[in-house]
Design a protein around this ligand. Structure first.
Ligand SMILES: [Zn+2]
Length: 371
């Protein structure tokens, strides 16, 4: 979800548009134009195109309102929301913490479909008020009315991670008090829904529905993947709850002096050790970080005349954590900035390094010993 356009922010929540959204926007404009053409052949091409584009934009805004409803409720319950991203299959609210009670989960999930349903009903009421005669405005609100009701209905399908799956999870959680079990059951339901969609889509395709059938199968495949992944993610979150960076960092972190020249550094440290990340020390304190990335930016001929100090990522620009930082937060920093290593600094001194490779090793050992 990295390649996206920033659309600004609403209520302090960033809104991003992933490039895949343009595919769906194009498809909507294309199919709406065809539909308006068929139902109102007397309308000109310019009018139809304008109408289709306007309808697609309003559809985009109604998707955004659905996601904003989730995010605003999350924020009001004290859960931080990083951003809302719109992509080919709809929107995602990136809510940084899991809800702490079943009731909170229920309302966060329920307001999305509720918002879509209200928008849908308002549009259909407007369509009624517009009278019997067909007009561009009536065609637009009618389509928006049905699509928003369909959106509410689709999202209420009880398979995690759809809103309906979250509602199901909240209800089981509330009934049994067992969050682990509710997550497992809602994810299973999500995988089942995904499989049903795939089977139905394939049957439709061979029954002559063409690309529409494949589209349904594709949505099913997406649901199947997402259900499995969200479950894994949640189990991982639970497994590392209470673990801090200090528990899992490596202590044998290679340090180098800032005055060292690049030629010597590459020959004596980088190549023989095979490490990719070095902490630069100056007067015993952490001054910066040198990774393969910084080295590659300097032409080879300049190596003998360049010191590590010249090329390092300075301390002020480094992302660092403390030994007390919860592991989950550190992992979020790493994934947000696409980092493989994170220096652990305690009171200005280097305490260790959190590295992705080392973490994977720890997780693997734990998993094998438990099995
Ligand atoms: Zn939703």
């Amino acid at each position: 979800m990295r390649s996206q356009i920033n659309l600004g922010s609403v209520f302090g929540i960033k809104i991003g548009l992933h490039y895949s959204w343009f595919i769906i926007a194009f498809l909507i404009v294309f199919s709406l134009s065809a539909q308006f053409h068929a139902s109102n052949p007397e309308w000109g091409d310019g009018l139809i195109l304008t109408l289709a584009v306007l309808t697609a934009i309003l559809f985009f805004i109604s998707l955004l309102l659905h996601e904003l409803a989730h995010s605003v409720v999350a924020k009001s319950r004290g859960l931080p929301v990083r951003e809302i991203t719109l992509f080919a299959l709809g929107g995602v609210s990136q809510i940084e913490k899991e809800p702490t009670t079943a009731k909170m989960e229920f309302w966060m999930a329920f307001v999305g479909p509720l918002t879509s349903a209200v928008i849908g009903l308002v549009c259909l009421a407007l369509s009624r008020l517009a009278g019997e005669a067909s007009s561009p405005a009536k065609a637009m609100v009618t389509w928006l009315g049905y699509i928003n009701l369909a959106l509410a209905g689709f999202n209420l399908i009880p398979g995690y991670p759809l809103d309906g799956g979250r509602i199901l999870r909240a209800l089981i959680w509330w009934k049994t008090g067992d969050v682990e079990r509710s997550t497992r059951m809602a994810s299973r339901a999500g995988q089942a829904v995904g499989l049903i969609f795939i089977a139905f889509g394939i049957l439709q395709f061979f029954g002559g529905a063409g690309i529409g059938g494949l589209w349904i199968a594709f949505i099913g495949w997406f649901l199947l993947q997402a259900a499995g992944e969200s479950y894994l993610q949640m189990s991982l979150k639970r497994a590392i709850e209470g673990v801090t960076v200090g528990n899992v960092m490596t202590l044998d972190c290679p340090t180098v002096d800032g005055n060292l020249n690049l030629q010597h550094f590459v020959e004596e440290q980088l190549l023989p050790t095979g490490r990719r990340c070095f902490v630069v020390l100056e007067n015993g304190a952490v001054a910066g970080l040198v990774t393969l990335h910084e080295v590659k930016h300097v032409p080879r001929a300049r190596w003998p005349f360049t010191t590590l100090h010249d090329i390092m990522l300075p301390r002020e620009q480094m992302h660092t954590v403390t030994p007390e930082t919860p592991l989950l937060n550190a992992l979020e920093v790493m994934s947000r900035h696409d980092l493989n290593q994170l220096p652990v600094v305690s009171e200005g001194h280097l305490a260790g390094v959190l590295s992705r490779a080392h973490l994977l090793g720890i997780l693997k050992n734990r998993a094998e010993l438990q099995a």
